[in-house]
Write a protein that binds this ligand. Structure first.
Ligand code: FE2
Ligand code: FE2
Length: 134
């Protein structure tokens, strides 16, 4: 499981969203530490809860920014966010299974790594291109 680390290649060029991505990356790191330390379900559950709060607030905000700025790939991007929401909701149904925390952690770490570096970069490229032609 490869953890995402903040670097310029994560930047989407929108300070507010970059700040949220940085925080999410930090939380993913904390979550992985707690899972690896096996320090008890209470602390992993708290990390997952905080991640899920920040994640939802970020996804919602990013959707708003993309919509307001008229991003042509909005529907597709929103669908990716919705897939994440649905997958998380379905994994939460398995909360009483012993491997629950590990499965959920693996999924969120992989999802955010791909999403921030690939999908979010697609809108970042679009807006960067727009600002050079304006
Ligand atoms: Fe996104
Ligand atoms: Fe994002």
């Amino acid at each position: 499981m490869q953890l995402l680390e903040w670097s310029e290649k994560c930047s989407v060029g929108i300070p507010e969203l970059d700040t949220q991505h940085r925080r999410l990356i930090e939380l993913l790191g904390e979550l992985m530490d707690r899972v690896q330390a096996g320090d008890g379900d209470g602390s992993v559950a708290a990390a997952l809860k905080e991640l899920s709060r920040c994640a939802e607030s970020h996804l919602h905000r990013e959707e708003l920014v993309l919509r307001v700025r008229g991003y042509p790939g909005y529907a597709e991007h929103k669908a990716e966010h919705d897939t994440y929401r649905e997958k998380l909701a379905s994994l939460e149904l398995l909360a009483d299974r012993p491997d629950f925390s590990v499965r959920l952690t693996n999924y969120v770490i992989e999802w955010w790594r791909f999403h921030v570096l690939t999908s979010d970069q697609q809108y970042a490229r679009f807006f960067r291109g727009q600002s050079t032609t304006e």
